[in-house]
Each structure stands twice: as C-alpha cells, then as structure tokens.
Design a binder for this molecule. Structure first.
Ligand code: BG6
Length: 293
C-alpha cells in the first residue's frame, strides 16, 4: 500500500495479518515505523524529525551508504539516506523469501549528480520484509554494474525505541574490540560487563557476533538483532549532546538507542558484476523477569 506521509512524501505501508506493520519512505529508502501486533511502536522517531531533503529523517532506520560516518571524503553517512528511491514493481525472487511474508523492494540508482561525487555505477536493492511473527527484515543487495571495482562502508542506522536509556542493557558485545568516535583513533577493548548507559556513547564494535540482544528492563522487552554480511556494530546515544542536534528533542535521547549493523573497519570491495548482500533482522520479545536485574 502506497500513501502520502509527512510533507506529502510517498511512503509504503506493510501489514501482516496478525496486526504488525512497517512503514518506509521512498525518501532515503528509510523505514520510519515498525509496530508489533499490539500496535506498539518499536522504532524511535524524533518528534522534531525533518521530512525534507536534504536532511535525513531523524529516527527509524536510515541507510548509511556509500560511507559510514566520516570514514571518507563524502558527507557524513554518505548520500543514500537523502535521495529518492523507487519501488520495484517486479522484484526478482529472493531465495529466502516465502510467500506468507509481506515485503517491498526499493531501488536506488545513482543520478548524474551522484556520479559526480562518487563515480561508481551500481544498483542498490533494499528488500523490507515483515515476517509472520512481526519480525522486521532488511536485505540490501548492492551490485557493481561499473567496469571498475569500488569500495564502500555501510550501516543500518537503527534507532530502537526504549523506555529509559538508563534501564537498558546490551548483551553480545562484551570483551570485544572497538573504535571510539569520542576518543583517539585507536582500538580499545570492552571489559566483561554487559553494556549499560550513563553518558554519551559512540562506539564501533569490531567483528561482533551475529546476534545482539538489547534488553529494556522497564518495558520487559528484548530486541533480538541478527545480522549477516555486516561484521561491525555501532552503538550510539548522544546523551546531553542531543541539545546541539536541531532535529532531536533535548530529552529524547532517553528514549532511543542506536545499534547499527555495519561494515566500517574493513570496507567492502566489489569487482565489476559482483553483488554484496547485507541483512538485518529484528524481533521484539517479552523478556522473562529475572530477580536482581
Ligand atoms: C552515529 C555516529 O552512527 O550517527 C555518530 O556514530 C553520529 O558519530 C550519529 O553523531 C548521528 O549522525 P547524523 O549525521 O545522523 O546526525
């Protein structure tokens, strides 16, 4: 179902029979909403989000491509997040998709202007799927249709909605090496404890497990994030720095946490004709109460 979103921008709505739903804007190929079968929103979207080019939408799942962050000469997080994508009405079959899932394929191809800032020809296909249990899956396929190889970095800049950032814990990143965007350009190593939040965090965990759990104690909800083709995971919460971000409310940092499947440390290189695939799968399950936690 295609309809008009904020500022008349086109959006696609996916609904699953049991009631879960997802919404994505063609602007940015950007998922802005994911609701469970009780209608509860699971992604954070800023009340101050600006739905207007060239600003990327603050919240949901921006696509960072062909550059993550400032790891290159392009603008922060590349340009896929502030370009208009289109819907592919005749998507090719994906081997993993069965017919009882709702999905949409969005396509991004560089314009003449885009080729001036990043001179490589490719086709970027993003499949957004809502599984029968309400799981949200994003599959990116980037194909080199150029005559030369190219390299890129990438992230699914996922903003999860949390009740209170101080009550959230991440499991799966303990003891890993990371780069810290707030510190020098060197590797650090995380200590054994589960990751919790009491100040600004902006880290790139390297070579992480494919499964990461984000536990929201207050909501008694656990997000299970699975990823494929994306070795790294960025964890970001701006904390007080939210005050200096125009499209984020001063206190909204309390209700968001970015956990971003990414390929940052080692760029992905595609030879002519080659295709890369990167997947994100999210599910939200009730956490079982464990005393003392
Ligand atoms: C994170 C980066 O992924 O995105 C942070 O690690 C950055 O350094 C944040 O501040 C938000 O970026 P932007 O461009 O959407 O404001």
């Amino acid at each position: 179902e295609i309809c008009k979103g904020v500022n008349g921008l086109d959006k696609v709505v996916l609904r699953e029979v049991r009631g879960s739903s997802a919404e994505m804007y063609l602007y940015g190929g950007h998922v802005t909403s994911w609701r469970n079968d009780h209608g509860e929103e699971l992604l954070f979207l800023s009340t101050k989000a600006i739905f207007k080019p060239p600003k990327a939408i603050r919240g949901g799942i921006p696509i960072c491509f062909p550059q993550f962050g400032s790891h290159g000469n392009l603008d922060q997080h590349g340009f896929a997040r502030n370009r208009f994508w289109s819907i592919d009405a005749n998507p090719p079959p994906f081997p993993t998709v069965s017919t009882n899932k709702a999905f949409t394929d969005l396509i991004f191809k560089p314009s003449e202007e885009d080729l001036k800032i990043w001179p490589h020809s490719y086709e970027f296909r993003l499949r957004i799927t809502l599984g029968p249990g309400g799981d949200l899956m994003l599959t990116s396929r980037i194909r080199n249709i150029d005559t030369k190889p190219f390299s890129f970095t990438f992230a699914y800049h996922t903003y999860l909605s949390v009740s209170d950032i101080s009550e959230v814990r991440i499991e799966g990143l303990e003891t890993l090496d990371y780069l810290d965007n707030l510190k020098a350009k060197e590797r650090f190593t995380e200590q054994g404890d589960a990751i919790t939040f009491e100040a600004e965090v902006d880290k790139i965990y390297l070579g992480t497990p494919t499964k990461i759990a984000i536990i929201d104690h207050e909501k008694k909800r656990t997000f299970v994030l699975r990823k494929d083709g994306l070795p790294d995971a960025v964890v970001w919460n701006p904390w007080e720095k939210a005050k200096s971000i125009a499209d984020l409310g001063d206190d909204e940092y309390k209700h968001m946490l970015c956990v971003e499947p990414a390929a940052v440390e080692k760029a992905i290189t595609l030879k002519p004709g080659e295709e890369w695939k990167g997947r994100l799968e999210l599910s939200a399950v009730p956490s079982s109460y464990r005393s003392g936690q």
